[in-house]
Design a binder for this molecule. Structure first.
Ligand code: GLU
Length: 436
């Protein structure tokens, strides 16, 4: 490797490489700006303000694994627990080249607020490994997952911190984590992770839960805005677990999905895209590119379509100060974590766009994770109908509580959601007091 190349590779995997973010797209800052706004409006005590800003625990680990060719490579992994006052930390693990400590810190804090918005007895955590799973074999991914699990094993557990799937991790990865943890503990511990395969203690309905939650809150928002569900037009950015499921379920209730996108670009058909066919096409061709019956457009064009509902369901920083003015959707349902920057919030608010914020909109996943944890611990499993009914009830209640908060304090749904969750976490801290 040339020196320049080596330097670049080093920069890519250095755990402290947070200066790669501009201040607008630094996810930790984006989270903090909203937190500060909500905390100020709640007149949060200065001491508690300091406590809630600081992540409780940040673990950085080196993960040596052997590649299939016999070479040893060292990856960097993280697990951050932002707050555990209401219960065990809860949150996914992502495998991605863009992972950094700042991103994981932000995502962990978002999990604290998300779990509190939907009133689950969990705190917030998040993990990640800097890697590109698309370049790794199944055997390498398994070794990476198992060694990462071993490296963070002291801080995870059903009562401590319960990981789950996130970007580029799935049921298969959760199965390896559960097995590794159980082998160390010398007995089977299913409740250490959620999002597992159903045959090993996973929950019915978990796979679709985030997308289903998006559907429930979008229907509630349409109702609030006195808009019809039948024929409501939708653009979905991101066609992974969240985006594809949301699109499928929205189409099932009669909404018209006019555009979807993935890494290969976006496709548009004003008459509606057949989502089942798009899912089949992806199975055969990996990407949407070349899908018949829709014309290719750019991701930026998708975001600017004049639709009733826009669902950003990929990664952070998709709607920013640079493109927010161009957005013409009436409702935005944030399937992803952190798709809108704080600077973009102000522009969307001024345009009167109704934003269902990430910590409410995509909370369906962690809600069914909670159900999975409860079922594992109780050793008694529910049918899919029960899971979906209970999920719907929590999503509707939480939507209404956030909406009430935003009306009462004359703030956006986002700040309303932060206020509701900060209030709940703060209440727990006040009751528990400060251990010294
Ligand atoms: N990764 C998902 C999220 O960001 C799910 C987390 C969980 O189920 O614990 O909400």
């Amino acid at each position: 490797m040339t020196t320049a190349k080596a330097k670049k590779a080093q920069q890519l995997i250095h755990p402290d490489r947070d200066n790669r973010f501009s201040s607008e797209d630094n996810p930790f800052e984006a989270m903090m700006l909203r937190f500060d706004d909500a905390a100020r409006r709640l007149k949060l005590e200065p001491g508690l303000y300091k406590v809630l800003r600081a992540p409780e625990k940040q673990l950085i680990v080196s993960i040596p694994i052997m590649r299939d060719n016999g070479e040893i490579e060292v990856f960097t992994g993280f697990r951050v627990q932002h707050n555990t006052s209401r219960g065990p930390a809860k949150g996914g693990i992502r495998f991605d080249m863009a992972v950094s400590i700042d991103e994981v810190k932000a995502l962990a804090a978002w999990m604290t607020w998300k779990c509190a918005v939907v009133n689950l007895p969990f705190g917030g955590g998040k993990g990640g490994v800097i890697c590109d799973p698309s370049t790794m074999s199944m055997a390498e991914l398994e070794r990476l997952t198992r060694r990462y699990t071993a490296a963070i094993i002291d801080i995870i557990g059903p009562d401590q911190d319960v990981p789950a799937p996130d970007v580029n991790t799935n049921e298969r990865v959760m199965a390896w984590i559960m097995d590794t943890y159980s082998m160390h503990k010398r007995h089977t511990v299913t409740a250490v992770v959620t999002g597992k395969p159903i045959d090993m203690g996973g929950s019915q309905g978990r796979r679709d839960a985030t997308g289903r939650g998006c559907l429930v809150v979008t229907m509630r928002a349409l109702q609030r805005k006195k808009m019809k569900v039948q024929g409501a037009t939708v653009a979905v950015q991101g066609f992974g677990n969240v985006g594809a499921t949301a699109a499928r379920l929205m189409a099932e209730v009669g909404m018209k999905i006019v555009a979807v996108s993935d890494k290969s670009g976006a496709i548009h058909n004003p008459k509606g895209i057949d989502i089942a066919k798009a899912e089949q096409f992806i199975k055969a061709h990996t990407f949407l590119e070349g899908f018949p019956g829709a014309k290719p457009i750019s991701n930026e064009e998708l975001l600017a379509l004049p639709v009733d509902v826009l669902v950003p369901a990929a990664l952070e920083n998709v709607i920013t100060s640079k493109n927010a003015a161009k957005i013409r959707a009436k409702i935005i349902c944030e399937g992803a974590n952190g798709p809108t920057t704080a600077q973009a919030d102000a522009i969307l608010d001024a345009k009167g766009i109704y934003v269902i914020p990430d910590i409410l909109a995509n909370a369906g996943g962690v809600t069914v994770s909670y159900f999975e944890w409860v079922q594992d611990r109780g050793g008694y499993f529910w049918d899919e109908k029960t899971v979906n009914e209970r999920l719907e009830k929590i999503m509707i209640t939480s939507f209404d509580e956030v909406s009430e908060m935003s009306v009462k304090h004359k703030v956006s749904m986002r700040i309303g959601a932060y206020m509701l969750s900060i209030q709940r976490v703060a209440a727990m801290h006040r009751l528990r007091g400060l251990y010294a």
